[in-house]
Ligand binder design. Structure first.
Ligand code: CP3
Length: 343
């Protein structure tokens, strides 16, 4: 591998030789190499063993000419150090052992200690950075406070975030205390990730699209803003991602991020009008396009690339993570197509 810094350049709004591309969930079940490891270990074992998580981080960058590596971890991992236990179950996905119900539950939460509680992620970052340093940039990440609060209150994945909104509306003191504790945990964790070798940070506010703009402004924006302000002090570029956020994009840009990640429910040109010219865009192909006939996949990718023109910079990605049934050769074809596209 020779030096490839087009992703870092695009994050900073600088010109690149071609559009950089990486994929959310680029390490995962769609890869045979991943499934071979997954057969022998539980997800938690994989996250907590730096030998395994570093190896899994490297699998997609060996298989595809993507322009960045993203550390193999999960947004829920910091919850454990705060006193919120959880497990990944085969069918149900993540399940919180004792979902947060009231202010009493929230008052007992701790602020996680990055080295003591999440040292395995930091160790994995150090190892991967040593392996790819100077060749390919390494992305660290965390969930945004809202999306993590959603899991902790709902107890797992949720369609409408009913319990989360109920806590927000009925017990604003409890809500704000929870968001403050999450912020304290996330700021320390992200700073530690940067020290351990993360060169770009992505904040996943995956489920924030369930909120109205006024609720976002009141209950979420001050906390997300604090995370981005603290990251700015570290000098690393930040990507701010969410799904179903067409109605929130201008507020998300106000909260922060050098690059705003968008999903396929809005065109990149419309997104650009909402976020302004001061930030780059990342996205936004529908992950299911990779399951379409090859010609249609590439036509859809072409549409995204055309639509991105005029943005400060564009990082090609999907609008959400790669799905487990994605063919590996479609990922390769798409990556090559983006690199060969002449802007
Ligand atoms: O992108 C990458 O390659 C890095 C690894 C990564 C994982 N999770 C590994 C993982 C990242 C960036 C995440 C973030 C994450 N985790 C998010 C935000 C992104 C998004 O998808 O919106 C969320 C909401 C979670 C919570 C989570 N983790 C869920 C809902 C699930 C179950 C759903 C599923 O896909 O199975 C997980 C498990 C998980 N995290 C897997 C992986 C690769 C599935 C692994 C498996 O079963 O083998």
């Amino acid at each position: 591998m020779s030096r490839n810094d087009r992703f870092l350049k695009a994050c900073r709004g600088e010109k690149t030789d071609c559009t950089p591309v990486w994929f959310m969930r680029q390490a995962g079940r769609y890869m045979k190499a991943y499934r071979d490891i997954r057969e022998r270990f539980s997800l938690m074992e994989m996250f907590k063993n730096p030998d395994l998580s570093a190896e899994i981080t490297l699998q997609p960058i060996r298989a595809f000419p993507v322009d960045a590596a993203i550390i193999f971890a999960d947004i829920l991992l910091p919850l454990e150090g705060m006193g919120i236990g959880f497990d990944f179950q085969e069918k149900a996905g993540p399940v919180i052992t004792k979902p947060l119900r009231d202010i009493g539950d929230i008052q007992t939460l701790r602020v996680a200690d990055p080295e003591a509680d999440l040292g395995f992620v930091l160790e994995s970052l150090r190892r991967v950075r040593a392996e790819i340093d100077g060749k390919l940039p390494l992305i660290g990440f965390a969930g945004a406070p809202f999306t993590l609060a959603g899991y902790a209150i709902e107890g797992g994945s949720s369609h409408n975030h009913l319990k989360t909104k109920q806590l927000m509306y009925h017990h604003p003191d409890a809500w704000h205390l929870l968001m403050e504790k999450l912020c304290d945990t996330l700021v320390a964790y992200l700073k530690a990730q940067v020290k351990a070798g993360a060169q770009v940070i992505q904040i996943f506010d995956s489920w924030v699209g369930c909120l109205s703009p006024s609720d976002y402004r009141r209950y979420v924006l001050p906390y997300s803003r604090r995370i981005f302000a603290e990251l700015r002090e570290e000098g690393v570029p930040a990507i701010h991602f969410g799904t179903a956020t067409a109605g929130l994009l201008s507020l998300m840009a106000e909260a922060g991020g050098d690059v705003i990640g968008v999903d396929w429910r809005i065109s990149l040109s419309d997104a650009r009008r909402l976020v302004g010219d001061g930030v780059g865009l990342q996205g936004n192909l529908d992950p299911i396009a990779l399951l379409a006939p090859r010609e249609l996949l590439l036509r859809k990718a072409d549409e995204v690339l055309v639509d991105a023109q005029g943005s400060r910079s564009h990082i090609f990605n999907l609008g959400h993570g790669l799905l487990p049934s994605t063919p590996e050769d479609a990922v390769k074809a798409l990556t090559d197509f983006v690199h060969e596209y002449q802007t």
